[in-house]
Design a protein around this ligand. Structure first.
Ligand code: 13P
Length: 280
């Protein structure tokens, strides 16, 4: 069933676990994630980022994601990731997304607060939840930029949460989008300080390549939503390639099944690590 992300994060807070937010680009990925959610009786978030709309147009993938969530057997929120423009954020809300992210992390804090408040006002008309980001998560969602990591200042998190009243706050603690060039060293000292200073659920971007132990530690230290994108795309591509290499793809529908399988395996692995199984 389609639910508000706020409810999923509240439950994650009480239950001391984190919810996986899986980026999707087509119907096969949506089906794979929801197959894992059903099998493990897990709540999940389906998301797509604004930079990905050049491959998957919002007016086509958006209704597909919402319909898939409505027909799902476990609670599913539909989230617009890394919204950059009010136009696209509004479009996502009109299509029935139950949460949106406004990414003003590149802006000075005052401006980020000001713009986030505008998105809060807009989302309120739809009762949709809002995520924002402070500090700078490294890399970029589509690999087109190599943005430097700028760790979140806990005092900024306090001010930002107080002034904007956002529903979820993405923090930068040494995490980056895409495949890490070396093993990530997360700043748990910063995360602990943020988690102690604010009550808003925190979000970990750049989930691909983070170790299971670090995921679990994050989920027990204020992180209630974990974003996974590259791992899904890589797993789908690898599964398809392996099937071709093993001569298992004889036609289009074998390709379709291999894509679903890749997204399913990836979502299943993460749901089990995040402790979201049997939390539906
Ligand atoms: P990865 O591509 O590193 O998994 O990051 C996903 C993400 O944070 C999407 O917002």
């Amino acid at each position: 069933m389609l639910v508000n992300m706020r409810d999923l994060l509240d439950a994650a807070k009480s239950g001391n676990y984190a919810v996986g937010s899986f980026s999707v680009a087509n119907m096969e990925m949506v089906l794979g994630v929801l197959k894992a959610a059903k099998e493990l009786n897990a709540p999940v978030i389906l998301q797509i980022a604004e930079v990905r709309l050049k491959q998957s147009p919002l007016e086509i993938i958006g209704p597909l994601m919402v319909a898939a969530a409505e027909n799902a057997e476990t609670p599913v929120a539909v989230h617009f990731d890394h919204g950059k423009t009010i136009e696209k954020i509004s479009e996502a809300l009109d299509l029935g997304f139950t949460s949106v992210m406004f990414d003003g992390s590149h802006l000075p804090l005052d401006k980020n607060i000001e713009e986030t408040k505008k998105v809060m006002a807009l989302a309120a008309d739809y009762d949709a939840a809002v995520e924002a980001e402070i500090g700078c998560v490294g890399g970029s969602e589509d690999g087109s930029e190599d943005i430097a990591i700028n760790c979140t200042k806990p005092s900024d998190a306090v001010r930002f949460a107080d002034e904007t009243k956002v529903d979820a706050l993405a923090v930068a603690i040494g995490n980056a989008h895409g495949n890490y060039k070396s093993t990530p060293k997360l700043r748990f000292d910063i995360l602990e300080e943020c988690a102690e200073s604010v009550s808003v659920p925190l979000v970990l971007h750049g989930g691909t390549g983070i170790s299971p132990n670090d995921f679990v530690r994050c989920s027990k230290t204020g992180i209630k939503k974990i974003n996974i994108a590259t791992a899904t795309f890589d797993m789908v591509e690898k599964t398809v390639r392996d099937c071709y290499n093993k001569n298992k793809i004889k036609g289009y529908y074998d390709l379709h099944a291999a894509e679903i399988e890749g997204a399913y395996e990836n979502a299943k692995r993460h749901i089990l690590i995040f402790g979201t199984d049997n939390k539906a």
